[in-house]
Design a protein around this ligand. Sequence first.
Ligand SMILES: [Fe+2]
Length: 247
Amino acid sequence: MSDLPFDEEIEISPGFIVERRSVLVGLGAAMLSALPTGRVFAQAPADGAYLEFLASANATAKALVADTSVSGQDHYLRSIAAIAAGLADVPAPQSWNDTNLGELPGSYQIGFTPGGDPFTVLQWRLEPGAKCIPHAHTYGNVVTVGLEGVTRVSNYEVLGVPDYESSDFFEVRQTIDQLLGPGSVNLVSLERNYIHGFIAGPDGARGLDITTRLKPKPAFGTPYLDITGPRPSRFDKIFQASWEFRD
Ligand SMILES: [Fe+2]
């Protein structure tokens, strides 16, 4: 994101921060590095299709990222998603890192695949039944792409204007309940579906988050959604909730 005045640190997932310079390691080096061994996940080969994806997606993203309006983000996310949906698989990340956000150690891991600009490409993998706790994206948008297995993705929006610094209860509406399989996409903008959480199916799951920072990271950190109860409705899935901060 060379044309935006952001610092050298990038948070690619809640609580997982790297320095920008480490993101800019050559893709070739990443492809040639030792591949991690996964018990349940196939390793992706280095693939020219991924380089083609980067060439197209980077150019498209640079052309569209400046319009951060509601419709501008919709256009950006759908354009990147249209390119990413053609990805059958991607090179393995340089390393897998435990997020410490799964219910069991190692059940939710993430890793970088370098080369994205102005976005960062993060791979994630979930052990069978593992969860990524619902959390709000407050300073960047996300295209999530399924690569392997099936994940139930739930998106939410706050009713009214979200106040991330309040400890009071509020209401959220579930806007999406999706089974994300290979080639499926789920979009998070700062205005729509901006809270998301994941639960992997019985075979585990792997996918990509293509994340673009649009403004500086707020001081309050990552808001995790703590749903405390449903409010019955025939039409809306509205829940009472509060924010929880872990970082
Ligand atoms: Fe997220």
